[in-house]
Design a protein around this ligand. Structure first.
Ligand code: SF4
Ligand code: SF4
Length: 416
């Protein structure tokens, strides 16, 4: 695609990045077939190719309107289009940069601005979120049906975290909402890794990966959260010689893997950010690398021989963002679970960070489609790999939805 970027961006790093991305698009339209919003709305401007045109116009200096903002807001940033694109168009980066520019040029309604600000301030702040969640839990039994559904039930409390006893160590990303909603996920990861001879350790003071603010278009606030984590992790990385930074929410994993790129022009943080991104691994990657040892553990006789049927929802951030497909599924099969075939497994469940709150109608439609696809194989339960998807799916099904690492941990504990 030919481009002629406007002066305001042409010579900046963002300008060079977006120019290269725009030029890589050949308008073939293959991406339309796998775009969830195009499937639902049938409007070219709600497809990757249509949005690329809108962003190109904006970057070439044409006036930006609420219409541009609306079509970019409706994008889930699921990046299914990136997986489909034969030209390797980095749509996710293009939309992130473009949204940041649109946010500065188009004023939102006051009510929408307030909503977005509250999300940006509350969700990444674990203490505030925990207090509000507690309040919601107390009020939940008295709430009417629809409102009750919006307050998630309390997840399984965290079971024992093993003591640090191994030479091999890995650091875990605590995150922001996950420790409140499902504290057992990281504890289960620590127990699984402990059985494999790896101690999972935490760094005090680390928090939200930065994705919430960044994807709500406050890039500086997002980058500050990233710098904060680097500061919290760095002494532990150096002193403990950690092999990896383990991430159990694929949404956060995508972001931490991008620290190096996003902070590449920050003289103080560029090098450390690149090292952090190199160390960042989704828990499925770690266990895939330890698969032989894991198989040995799983081959020991177990007391619970029931074969459970599972439907696995691979989050967009896992399959499209991180391009990790089949690893968690392979481990679950090795652990004795029977996995159902899920139709349209490439499509988003509608959670997409804060999308379910900001675009409730589209999000709900995607949720209904996803739950039907997951329930079609009559599973005993549903498994996934990202806290946002987990909570969103749980709001649409009577089946239990769990993080797959908790299921693996329970399976391993049957053998001890
Ligand atoms: S598939 Fe890729 S190259 Fe083709 S229109 Fe979509 S983004 Fe552009
Ligand atoms: S990121 Fe997802 S919703 Fe957005 S254009 Fe690509 S496929 Fe469509």
């Amino acid at each position: 695609m030919q481009t002629n970027l406007a002066d305001f961006i042409k010579n900046s790093p963002e300008g060079q990045e977006t120019d290269a991305i725009l030029r890589s698009c050949v308008h073939c339209g293959f991406c339309l077939a796998t775009c969830p919003t195009y499937q639902l709305l049938g409007d070219e401007l709600d497809s990757p190719r249509g949005r690329i045109y809108l962003m190109k116009q904006m970057l070439e200096g044409q006036p930006v309107t609420e219409k541009t903002q609306l079509h970019l807001d409706r994008c889930l940033t699921c990046r299914a289009c990136e997986t489909t694109c034969p030209s390797g168009v980095q749509y996710g980066r293009l939309v992130d940069i473009s949204r940041g520019i649109v946010e500065k040029q188009v004023k939102r309604k006051t009510s929408v601005t307030i909503k977005r600000t509250l999300l940006r301030k509350i969700l990444p702040n674990t203490r505030v979120f925990a207090a509000l969640f507690k309040l919601g839990q107390t009020a939940r039994p008295f709430l009417p049906g629809r409102l009750k559904k919006s307050v998630p039930p309390k997840g399984k409390p965290a079971e024992k975290w093993p003591a640090t006893r191994h030479k091999r160590k890995m650091l875990v990303l605590d995150g922001c909402v996950q420790p409140v909603l499902a504290p057992n996920i990281n504890a289960a990861s620590a127990r699984v890794l402990d059985r494999l001879g790896i101690s999972l350790i935490k760094a005090a003071q680390a928090g939200c990966c930065g994705a919430i603010a960044y994807h709500l278009n406050d890039h500086e606030e997002g980058l500050d959260a990233m710098r904060h984590n680097i500061d919290a992790w760095w002494p532990v990385i150096e002193q403990e010689e950690v092999e990896a930074i383990v991430i159990t929410a694929s949404g956060c994993g995508v972001t931490v893997k991008e620290y190096g790129h996003l902070l590449r022009h920050d003289p103080k943080y560029a090098e450390k950010a690149a090292s952090v991104s190199k160390l960042a691994c989704d828990i499925s990657e770690i266990l895939d690398a330890e698969f032989k040892r894991l198989q040995q553990l799983l081959s020991q006789p177990r007391s619970d021989l029931n074969r459970k049927t599972l439907s696995f929802h691979s989050p967009c951030t896992l399959q499209h963002g991180l391009q990790l497909r089949g690893k968690a599924e392979k481990i679950l099969i090795a652990a004795g679970f029977e996995l159902t075939v899920v139709q349209n497994a490439h499509l988003c469940c509608g959670s997409a960070g804060t999308y379910s709150i900001l675009q409730p109608k589209l999000s709900q439609q995607l949720l209904e489609n996803k739950v039907s696809a997951l329930e079609a194989g009559a599973p005993d339960q549903i498994a996934t790999a990202n806290i946002g998807c987990l909570m969103h799916l749980q709001s649409g099904t009577a089946l239990s939805v769990r993080h797959w690492i908790e299921l693996l941990d329970e399976r391993l504990s049957c053998q001890e």
